[in-house]
Ligand binder design. Sequence first.
Ligand code: ATP
Length: 259
Amino acid sequence: VKEQVERLLQTQIIGRPLVFREEVDSTNTLAKELADAGATHGTLVFAGQQTAGRGRRGRSWLGLPGQQVFLSIILRPALPVSRVFELTLTAAVALADAFSDLGVTPEIKWPNDIEVGGRKIAGILCESAIDGAGQLRYAILGVGANAEGALADIPPEIADRATSVEAVTGRSGQAPVLIAALSRRLEEWLQHSDLTPVLKAWKQRSTTLGSEVRVLVDGQTITGVAEDIDETGALLVREGSRRHRIIAGEVTSLRRKPA
Ligand code: ATP
């Protein structure tokens, strides 16, 4: 697999170097260890199997049968800590473009998922390390994506909510292609120092904006129309005459209400 990805890579920075392991507990954890030991900006860690993949709030990312994408990229951007959230938005746009490159039409679900027809095909988990002086040391961009498997092969816990590149396009063996495509797209999108084009692309691909949503925020339910995201990545939801500003880290779940 490593040779396949290496052959497909068209980047200067992302995926240089590439680190492959047959099996890890979590690629984000391994990437953190490597970053703490000095691994450089752009280092991409990927695994054949991930036994304890993490989502937000302690939830887990399950590996479907077949060859899937479990990867983490070490980033050392010149960003103040207050702007780290921009990496999640940038990653979502880059990942969406990578899916488009594979013939999959992606939708971005706020804050950190890629869906196809309402089914999740990939998730993003961005974690950061901050030094004693409050500066960003590095960020880890973790991506779990379903490359292989028919809908019938998806584990029952997520069977009604997940899909894969193979299920959508009929093509198997797309994990290395997706890794290379994401690397290239991320390298391109990271060149924008200004968030405006990222936000514009994010909004164009968003399935959340304009929808009726039900959001669970720390035990409270908010029902309304997701109107926009602001320049900090927070979701703005109109509930009657109130406009809530919802921060990703506080959200337990967001569901679109069927029309
Ligand atoms: P939600 O489940 O409300 O969409 P979320 O988008 O915040 O939550 P995360 O916590 O980032 O999700 O990801 C973990 C969730 O993703 C799990 O609770 C599970 O429902 C779902 N999930 C786990 N593995 C997969 C997978 N391989 N494909 C699709 N969905 C998955």
